[in-house]
Design a protein around this ligand. Structure first.
Ligand code: SF4
Length: 216
């Protein structure tokens, strides 16, 4: 069965429009990290995650059910054709209904994932993997290629990424920032990460600039 929404000429699969997702929030902001720093996007933050990182700043356990038709309606309110699927862990979701609905409307799709779930080929246009095996040594990274490899630096040996980094176009180290630590603690971590980046060619520093700006 097919049907249209918003008076558009093209039709959508009814099953796509009815797909249900756990959503924490949908909001319009600038990307604060990595290659697309400063570029406006609509962020779709999904609920649930298969990891529990110490530095996680997202309450991914508080979410509500939303149909894809309502998600599309919300995103269409913004004058922005770029979407980031984030979380929680967005790869836990069946993203194909949203993929079809948004690609039909000309959106550019990115994902930020912890890499523990392999992504279906072609599901998004830009893959950012932020592995967490520096904290969870038994975590197996299944998504082993993509556009950005973005690693939170907590003092780990960068050889951890030797078998991974060649299949990514951009390598980032990001200082671990903990809101419950003081400015000196976080400052030391920033300085150490900068030092490691300078000593290891190919890696770039990624800063969570959205936190300085006080935006999501
Ligand atoms: S993988 Fe990401 S969303 Fe999940 S607990 Fe870690 S930082 Fe939070």
């Amino acid at each position: 069965m097919q049907c249209g929404i918003s008076g558009e000429g093209e039709v959508d699969l009814a099953s796509d429009l009815a797909a249900v997702y756990d959503i924490v929030e949908i909001f319009h902001s600038v990307q604060g990290e990595g290659v697309h720093t400063g570029v406006p996007h609509v962020f779709i933050r999904f609920g649930e995650c298969n990891l529990r990182c110490e530095w996680c700043d997202t309450d991914f356990l508080t979410h509500e059910k939303m149909n894809a038709v309502d998600i599309v309606g919300k995103v269409l309110q913004y004058d922005c054709k770029r979407i980031i699927f984030t979380g929680g862990e967005p790869a836990m979701q069946d993203l194909w209904p949203l993929h079809r609905l948004f690609k039909r409307r000309g959106y550019d799709l990115s994902i930020e994932t912890n890499g523990t779930i392999e992504l279906p080929e072609g599901i998004v246009d830009w893959i950012c993997v932020s592995p967490k095996d520096q904290m969870y040594p038994n975590t197996k990274i299944k998504q082993r290629s993509g556009d950005e490899l973005k690693c939170v630096y907590v003092g780990q040996d960068l050889s951890l990424y030797d078998g991974l980094k060649d299949d990514f176009n951009h390598l980032f180290l990001q200082p671990c920032y903990l809101e419950n630590e003081d400015i000196e603690w976080n400052g030391r971590n920033f300085a150490l990460t900068e030092k490691v980046v300078k000593e290891n060619s190919g890696w770039r520093l990624s800063l969570q600039t959205h936190k300085w700006m006080g935006v999501d």
